[in-house]
Design a protein around this ligand. Structure first.
Ligand code: PAF
Length: 281
């Protein structure tokens, strides 16, 4: 497995692979890899000739009071996992390599970037769209893989890829859960055993919504109220948002239908977790 830190080297190796006619799959990550990330690598391996993975804790997507400094970093272990999965190339730049002094160009996907996590974390999606567009220019993938857990990120990046004519196909892979239902996240490492238990209420609230929708309840207001009731069982879990939206625009809707995104974000202790489900007919 090749490991590069330089933009130029990565760009020229990826360009060469494309010239040779290889289908290039790309999995952008911030490291601290878990089964969710590895499922993306496996999907890329199954569909592409070469799999590149980036590991970069992107400073521009963290707010001033967020967890950039303490975000888990486990580079050696990540490389061991990626090697075992058969990834071909890792791009792990330093912050100065991605954002040299004087960098002043950013990508802002208007509208969708201000909804869900974008409303709670101002500037977050500007950072995500900027770094992913830079990574797309460096790797030039045929296909790029993202997790459904970050549903709002998916909406922003799909729109960005369309608006800026990136040729990469955006592939979205299902949420990977722990056996007890907790959606996998690098931030789960922050949870104490008690918080880890409390956090299960997020997936439980979504299960309730799925059950009610399957029985024909279509009112967003009633589904949201039912989810809030489940979440209330853990009073120390503080809801950030809980809402039914269109998965592309992230605009709120009154009546759910097949394909509606039902999403929740909540603080468990000081850890902000997100989870969601796409409702079926
Ligand atoms: O989902 C993530 O891990 C990050 O937001 C991403 C897409 C790697 C950009 O930094």
């Amino acid at each position: 497995m090749l490991i590069f830190k330089s933009v130029q080297e990565t760009q020229s190796v990826c360009a060469q692979l494309r010239r040779e006619g290889r289908i290039l799959g790309f999995v952008p990550t911030m490291g601290a890899l878990h089964e969710g990330h590895l499922s993306l690598v496996r999907a890329a391996k199954a569909e592409c000739d070469v799999v590149a993975v980036s590991i970069f804790v992107n400073p521009t997507q963290f707010g001033p009071n967020e967890d950039f400094a303490k975000y888990p970093r486990s580079f050696e272990q990540d490389c061991t996992l990626l090697e075992a999965e058969g990834a071909h190339l890792v791009f792990a730049p330093a912050a100065e390599e991605m954002y040299p002094a004087g960098t002043s160009t950013f990508v802002h996907v208007e509208g969708v970037s201000e909804r869900l996590d974008g409303a709670s974390r101002p500037g977050h999606f500007r950072g995500v769209a900027t770094v992913v567009s830079k990574l797309f220019h460096i790797v030039c993938p045929h296909k790029a893989y993202f997790g459904q857990k970050d549903a709002a990120q998916v909406a922003v990046l799909r729109k960005m890829a369309r608006d800026l004519n990136f040729p990469a196909q955006i592939v979205v892979c299902p949420i990977v859960r722990e056996p007890d239902g907790l959606a996998m996240s690098s931030r789960n490492r922050y949870l104490s055993p008690e918080e880890r238990r409390q956090a299960l209420v997020l997936s439980r609230s979504l299960k309730r919504v799925e059950e009610l929708a399957a029985c024909g309840e279509m009112s967003s207001r009633k589904l949201t109220a039912a989810a809030r009731e489940v979440l209330a069982a853990e009073p120390s879990v503080r809801i950030d948002y809980i809402t039914a939206v269109d998965p592309d625009t992230l605009e709120e809707i009154d009546e759910v239908s097949s394909g509606t995104l039902f999403a929740v974000a909540a603080f468990v202790g000081s850890t902000r977790l997100i989870d969601n489900t796409i409702l079926k007919a």
